[in-house]
Design a protein around this ligand. Structure first.
Ligand code: CO
Length: 211
């Protein structure tokens, strides 16, 4: 059976099962979504949030791209953030990187002019900011550390965005947190970057911004 046939067959069975086991569940979900988390993660097929964090459908609003980058000049990223924060009032934003990330390895190994290379330039900026630390590490550790620094950088990009800053200003709950997923043991690790307010974020970065 082809993958597509398998997909459709699996879906039919799943739909039958869920309607039998939980009558009304899909009808309730179809009325509205009230997700608790906006997940910004990598497109890698091994790191989808649904299975990693075991939350039911309707709990996680998802944005994924190569190397989990929150690009402040990317309309897709901005639209997702705006909708999640301003419309859905999602209280938690999780940026999830992962060890063994192909995007991180590609950014370290080469550059070029293909779309994925240009996208990964944003990762190279992170690398350049931390080159002194990273260059002292052997290749695997260097890639893992860059994956961590990338998460911190994307948390920073989200916190400095006007969408989040305006939400904090009006007293809305927005908790931005960075985690990294280890594809070897299936565990998420916190990276010590978690901000619930503009003040907390500014204290961490030692910067002052006027809104
Ligand atoms: Co990846």
């Amino acid at each position: 059976m082809s993958s597509i046939k398998q997909m459709l067959e699996n879906n039919r069975k799943w739909s039958e099962r869920i309607r039998k086991e939980s009558p009304g569940y899909l009808e309730t979900l179809s009325n509205a979504q009230t997700p608790e988390i906006l997940w910004v993660g990598c497109s890698d097929s091994r790191v989808g949030p649904d299975q990693l964090i075991g939350l039911p459908m309707g709990s996680v609003f998802v944005h994924r791209n190569v190397a989990n980058i929150f690009a402040t000049n990317d309309l897709n990223c901005l639209a997702v953030l705006e909708y999640a924060v301003d419309e859905l009032k999602v209280p938690n934003i999780v940026v999830c990187g992962h060890y063994g990330c192909g995007g991180v390895h590609a950014a370290l190994e080469h550059s070029g002019v293909q779309p994925v290379d240009l996208w990964l330039d944003q990762l190279r900026f992170v690398y350049n900011r931390h080159a002194e630390e990273l260059n002292q590490l052997p290749p695997t550790e260097r890639a893992n550390r860059l994956a961590e620094l990338n998460v911190e950088s994307q948390v920073h990009n989200i916190c400095r965005n006007t969408i989040v800053r305006e939400a904090w200003k009006r007293g809305q709950e927005v908790n931005v947190i960075g985690v990294i997923y280890d594809i070897h043991d299936g565990l998420l690790k916190q990276l010590g970057v978690e901000f619930r307010s503009r003040e907390a974020w500014e204290a961490h970065y030692g910067e002052s911004f006027s809104v």
